[in-house]
Design a protein. Structure first.
Length: 215
């Protein structure tokens, strides 16, 4: 079993947990309004801002630098989506939640100086965007009447998701990591999933109706 295949198997449960939140259930079912979706885009902006700063710090690393793909960068698309969804003053109306701030702090701790940590978080975010993110884009078009404006985060001009993911997994298989490195990588990917799930759960508590105490 190649490392990329092992990684997919290792994170299968984490991926299912991340996708099975109440927030994503409501979003995909069309039960939120545009503001509910904009809240997600806003939090993602702050995550990608930090991650893409880390990409610049890692660009010249002999291993991690191979995973820096400018065509994947999401920050300009997120800014365009937020201008459409919230307005030109979106920056004054958007801020990171507590869980998002914890996510960014972890990125600052591991993604700027530890190549394995950078790639672990890079993999978790961008390969998810190229996979389940495409399902999300279609759902947003269908349920919220959004076209390219408002959903450009999920569009990768010039990138074929299937072939790109194959290329990315080949890089993972070729990375010069020993068994200890691979285990540390897997642990950090799992940590990244938990941070993302906590961020989305916090969003759910913010935008979804909360049950009241009948007593």
């Amino acid at each position: 079993m190649g490392f990329a295949t092992r990684l997919r198997e290792f994170t299968r449960a984490d991926h299912a947990t991340a996708q099975g939140t109440g927030y994503f259930d409501a979003l995909l079912a069309g039960r939120l309004d545009r503001a509910g979706y904009a809240a997600l885009a806003g939090q993602l902006y702050f995550v990608y801002e930090t991650l893409e700063q880390a990409a610049e710090a890692m660009r010249d690393d002999p291993v991690a630098g191979r995973f820096v793909f400018d065509e994947l960068h999401r920050l300009p698309a997120l800014a365009a989506d937020l201008r459409h969804l919230i307005g030109p003053d979106w920056q004054t109306r958007t801020g990171p939640g507590e869980a998002t701030s914890e996510y960014r702090q972890r990125l600052r701790e591991v993604a700027f100086t530890w190549p394995l940590g950078f790639v672990a978080h890079h993999y978790t975010r961008y390969l998810g965007d190229l996979s389940g993110g495409q399902i999300m884009r279609r759902a947003l078009h269908r349920s919220y009447g959004l076209g390219e404006d408002g959903t450009s985060f999920y569009t990768f001009p010039g990138v074929d998701p299937r072939s790109f993911k194959q290329r990315y997994r080949k890089l993972l298989d070729e990375a010069p990591w020993d068994a200890v490195d691979q285990d540390r990588f897997l642990d950090e990917v799992s940590h990244a999933y938990r941070l993302n799930t906590a961020m989305v759960d916090e969003l759910g508590r913010t935008v979804l109706p909360q049950p009241t105490d009948a007593s």
